[in-house]
Design a protein around this ligand. Sequence first.
Ligand code: TRP
Length: 456
Amino acid sequence: MAEQRISIHGQWTNRTVFILAATGSAVGLGNIWKFPYITGENGGGTFVLVYLLCIALIGIPIMMAEIMLGRRGKQSPINTMLTLARGEGRNPGWVWLGWMGVLAGFLILSYYSVIAGWAMSYVFRISGGMFLGVTADGANRIFTDLVTDPERLLAWHTIFMVITMMVVARGVKQGLEKAVTYLMPALFALLIVIVIYAMTTGYFMEGLRFLFTPGTIDGKGILIAMGHAFFTLSLGMGAIMVYGSYLSDEHSITQASMLIALADTVVALLAGMAIFPIVFAYGLEPGAGPGLIFRTLPIAFGHMPGGTMVGVLFFTLLVFAAWTSAISLIEPAVAYLVENKGLSRIYASVWIGAFTWFVGLGTVLSFNLWKDKTLTIPYVFEDLTFFDTLDYLTANIMLPLGGLFIALFAGWVMRKESTSEEIDTHPIIFKIWRFLVRFITPVAVIVVFLKAVGAI
Ligand code: TRP
């Protein structure tokens, strides 16, 4: 039997709350902002296919592993890794995996908050009627005006960080439950409304063709698709692990993981089906980059009946979705400070928030004053701005690396008996899971890394 541990941070009231919280973490800007623009930049169909394969073969098994590790360790990822490695009689050096996750969480939140700020500012732009009858050029101009104004970006980034840290300071369980129960379904419904509008543009089939017809992809594209599978499911840095640590022992991990992954994938595909028909109908560039949804969706809101209301609601819900994700990026670090340094949640949140906010200034400037300051790391990436560098380093390198080691830990370091105690599903499902985390996931991550640097 596993030793009985209880989390000092409390527990989810029941399994549904855990699933909602984890779905809240998974569904966010990654689905609605990032998935469409990277799909556009990487040519569509094949990229989507690789992404879906990665969700199924890498994402779901690693999600199960993270929930399992968290629930067994019942502490912040740093202490969980330490406790579990010791419990298995292995090298406590595995603790670095927890630390890398904390670092990745900071770095991601620092830019995530800036993009969430864009969404906030769009709530007000749309409510003011700025997009009524707008042309593609007009929508482009409004976006450019926003991102070339560092002060405005800074203000929104600051507001988003403050509201995120407020929730984290109170403890993730309060507030999160309601937010996710009502707002998630509402976001889903609005996406469907926009997809229906997309059907009326006459370019719906073209959008679908772009999303689902295989074409070509290079090694970098494959890496970006895999990195995004980690990013969109919140895997590889301990966010789902820390949520798992608040889950009580009797619940099935397999079913929860599949539900979360399914919900997340459906939202991303709906976002793609909403956006690409509009892109083609208005002659826009699918590869327009991080501004893609901000340049396209407002055109739809400017032309559909009731568009102002739909648009305001949509961006409001997007901000909420970003918010429930942001919380999970910082929770591992806060939990650690509370456990090891005896800080109160409030104090820990303020410090971590301030630090993250500061790093975010680099992203604020990436779209204006530092637009031309780029970094190249030979073989890894070329000519990326501060924002692009952080995004690339975290999503395409740190998260897959974290996932690789989580899979190795769950598949090779932990004894089979320890894992089968936690993943108590049908023996066949357990066998499949174990095969995936022992062989498929690690090999896939390594092959994709090697392919991206051109080594194979
Ligand atoms: N999954 C979220 C999104 O798609 C972002 C996110 C939240 C995340 N927590 C994470 C990404 C942890 C990586 C790791 O918007």
